[in-house]
Design a protein around this ligand. Structure first.
Ligand SMILES: [Zn+2]
Length: 159
């Protein structure tokens, strides 16, 4: 899934790190040294990869924004994310787009987290949503130039 052509390489890379449970979230790192483990985006819960990418209120705001745009299948948090991705039904082009959106989402949520941790800057969720849409749009429209595989989705993408 991670190496699907619809996915931007740097988004694939972060998703791949996540798939190996190697994102250096605070809870994971705190096994090694003493430090605060509270999420820098919501300041209320422990920061681990599941929290940042799925259960944090910030992640859920981003999720809602993307769901309004593209009908994303509901992910079951208690199942493996990658298992849910592989089990998505439907045409190949649609699946590719869903992969692209999810990997971009992981990349930009991790980025928003890093901006908060290292630069003390809060990225508004609408800005994160816009960045994800723009990147996915550009990638898919670029790939569509040759084969027109994504033609039936192009109108939706431009919304
Ligand atoms: Zn949080």
């Amino acid at each position: 899934m991670v190496w699907n052509r619809s996915i931007i390489p740097r988004h694939a890379f972060i998703t791949w790190i996540y798939s190996h449970k190697r994102l250096p979230a605070k809870v994971r790192r705190s096994k090694y040294r003493h430090q605060d483990t509270v999420c820098s985006l919501c300041h209320s819960e422990g920061e681990d990869d599941q929290h940042i990418l799925f259960t944090c209120p910030y992640a859920q705001e981003v999720w809602r924004g993307l769901k309004d745009w593209w009908n994303l299948p509901i992910l079951q948090i208690n199942h493996s994310f990658f298992e849910s991705m592989i089990n998505i039904k439907g045409p190949k082009a649609k699946k590719s787009m869903t992969y692209a959106i999810h990997t971009a989402r992981i990349y930009y949520l991790w980025r928003a987290r890093n901006m908060a941790v290292f630069q003390n800057k809060r990225t508004p969720s609408h800005q994160t949503i816009m960045a994800i849409k723009e990147q996915v749009r550009n990638r898919i429209l670029f790939l569509n130039q040759g084969m027109h595989k994504f033609q039936s989705y192009a109108d939706n993408l431009l919304l």
